[in-house]
Design a protein around this ligand. Structure first.
Ligand code: ATP
Ligand code: MG
Length: 323
């Protein structure tokens, strides 16, 4: 059984339904990508799994989130608090905001292992410095005493990753952890995150708008569009034979230097806002393959024998031999 299994998940925020029946699973030692343009529902998916929807006035309307045998959608908040940070760590979309500007970075990492693992000050410091070294922070023992403003963006990001790892979580959810950094640093940080989670057998959900990052880091990928799963498959297989026109467009649009994050130059238009989701397939107004059924009927998510899942009336569903 997967470490985390999300099934048929729909959420409601003040009467709007930004996620509609999404599902995915991730196992120990596995890296799952969640990819989609801005507004596709990636951050809300992370927030929902972390049990933080009530903070924005939302609730789970339907479906299940099982983590290591525990149903999270009905878990009382005090129990959830024991999981958060300890067993499931969250790296938010703007990680710089998770650092306290007036506290030395080392002490911020220490806090996590003192709180969740009950380490004393000395043990926590040793653990933090070892983690910082593992994250290839130069002069870790010195940087340990620095304040966030003394560090570069890439260094701060490594501190945030060290904080996520400090309690030895089973699952890390990283929401676009590198968008604030320049492209070369981004690739280095993603590479480090991948190495660390592989070393430790941690499960990672890596949220990104960039299929290039998926190709670099992930084992499987879920493509989200306007709050629904468009397609999901192993990364090698999806690059070899993308079946949904949206996945194909994302692959064509792997960003190069100078492209705005989240933009998809290859397809005109953008993800509709929740209030304006079109009937039928939500992608159909932007789709060059759309036909009569697309505006009328929601395409069901088909499960193909290869393990691919695709929701498109005109998907390429022939299973290619050895694909
Ligand atoms: N608190 C909220 N209340 C109402 N609607 C929201 C709320 N947060 C997000 N939404 C809407 O839900 C949809 C999905 O938002 P979400 O933030 O999950 O997108 P995302 O895929 O993370 O995008 P980005 O790449 O820009 O971070 C969007 O249409 C957004 O406007
Ligand atoms: Mg987001």
């Amino acid at each position: 059984m997967a470490l985390l299994a999300v099934r048929d998940l729909s959420i409601d925020i003040a009467g709007i339904k930004p996620l509609d029946g999404i599902g995915f699973a991730v196992d120990k030692g596995e890296i799952l990508g969640i990819v989609g343009e801005s507004g596709s529902g990636k951050s809300l998916t992370a927030l929902t799994v972390m049990g933080l929807l009530p903070l924005i006035g939302g609730r789970v309307a339907r479906g299940s989130i099982r983590f290591d045998g525990t149903e999270l959608t009905t878990l009382p908040e005090p129990d959830f608090r024991r999981l958060r940070g300890r067993r499931i760590a969250f790296i938010t979309q703007n990680p710089m905001t998770s650092l306290d500007p007036v506290m030395r970075v080392g002490a911020q990492i220490d806090q996590v292992s003192r709180l969740h693992l009950g380490l004393d000050a000395k043990a926590a410091q040793a653990r933090s410095i070892a983690l910082m070294e593992r994250l290839r922070l130069p002069s870790a023992a010195t940087v340990y005493h620095h304040y966030p403003h003394q560090l570069s963006g890439g260094m701060k990001q490594r501190i945030v990753i060290a904080m996520a790892l400090a309690a030895d979580p089973d699952l890390i959810i990283a929401d676009e952890p590198t968008t604030a950094l320049d492209v070369t640093i981004q690739a280095q940080i993603v590479q480090l995150l991948v190495e660390l989670v592989r070393d430790r057998g941690v499960a990672l959900i890596l949220i990104t708008h960039d299929m290039g990052v998926v190709a670099q880091a992930c084992d499987r990928v879920v493509v989200l569009y306007a709050g629904r799963v468009a397609e999901s498959h192993g990364v090698q297989a999806i690059f070899a034979a993308p079946r949904h026109p949206y996945t194909q467009a994302l692959i064509r649009c792997i960003p190069r230097d100078g492209m705005a994050p989240g933009s998809l130059a290859g397809i005109p238009g953008s993800v509709p806002s929740v209030a304006n989701y079109p009937a039928g397939c939500r992608f159909h107004p932007r789709c060059d393959r759309a036909g009569a059924p697309c505006a009328a009927t929601v395409p069901p998510l088909e499960h193909l024998p290869s393990g691919a899942e695709v929701a498109c009336h005109f998907a390429e569903t022939r299973e290619v031999a050895n694909a």
